[in-house]
Design a protein around this ligand. Structure first.
Ligand code: 9WO
Length: 249
């Protein structure tokens, strides 16, 4: 998959392209990432990419022209592959795991990270397909949100996680929160690992983890349960989940 990112701070993306699981996906060529800096498409002696807001007020606004040229170049690099143009902004639709469904097989994706007080609205209207937010907070720019989307995207690309197909089992893949995890030692500060995890009984372990996921989801994020498509096993567990529920998680 080809991903183009338009950003005034391309070096920030080293954070995901050089480290860990995401870094490997870039090294393996599962994702081809290219950065396009609007600064390189700016005019004038100062190569301005921003201007003062019409109507007054503090701060600066990103000019449409340099962004537009950077976008045109990124589309040329994409070639004929189908691509979506997404602008990361607090005004966007809140990004959810489910939005990535079908993305693993798509061929191209263009992410725009803004800076300052925002981007000239005409650029958004004319060139952007979708606006995405990663949550209700204002940051200094769209780079970190773009990296959040990229990281989530990489995890659903077949082969990107190597042997561990933990993306399938990870939180949210089933619409539920993840279960607790334990590793060595078997006793830490007087607390032992739940015995079932040491039992070697895979079916018992699976059931314990499923119960914990359901309990955590009910206790911490009950609204997720509403949307959950429940099989008979999950229904049974939830019905039994009264005050006498025996799972310690
Ligand atoms: C700044 C501002 C100042 C006063 C009143 C309203 C305001 N809105 C903004 C603003 O949206 N600034 C953005 C900074 C412009 C685009 C890049 N920036 C950004 C993106 N901050 N936070 C995001 C973002 C993107 C996706 N998900 C969460 C946050």
């Amino acid at each position: 998959m080809k991903v183009a990112v338009i950003s005034l701070f391309p070096e920030m993306f080293d954070a995901i392209s050089r480290h860990g699981v995401s870094g490997r996906a870039f090294e393996n060529g599962l994702i081809e990432l290219r950065l396009f800096n609007p600064r390189n498409y700016a005019d004038g002696p100062h190569q301005s990419v921003d201007g003062r807001p019409y109507g007054g007020g503090p701060g600066m606004v990103m000019m449409a022209e340099p962004l537009s040229r950077a976008l045109a170049d990124s589309k040329e690099w994409m070639g004929s592959t189908c691509h979506r143009v997404v602008y990361m902004s607090p005004q966007g639709k809140v990004f959810k795991q489910e939005q990535l469904k079908g993305f693993e097989s798509s061929e191209g994706f263009i992410l725009i990270a803004g800076r300052y007080e925002g981007v000239d609205e005409r650029f958004i209207k004319q060139r952007v397909d979708e606006e995405w937010s990663i949550g209700d907070y204002v940051l200094s720019g769209g780079e970190l949100p773009a990296m959040v989307v990229l990281d989530a995207l990489i995890r659903i690309i077949p082969g990107a996680l190597g042997h561990a197909q933990s993306a399938q089992e990870g939180s949210f893949s089933q619409g539920m929160l993840g279960h607790p995890q334990y590793t060595r030692p078997a006793s830490f500060a007087g607390e032992r690992v739940p015995a079932v995890l040491l039992s070697g009984n895979h079916e018992q372990v699976r059931l314990w983890r499923l119960k914990c996921s359901l309990k955590r989801t009910r206790d911490r994020r009950p609204e997720l349960l509403e949307a959950l498509v429940m099989d008979s096993e999950k229904k049974k567990i939830l019905e039994a989940m009264g005050k006498d529920f025996d799972v310690n998680c």
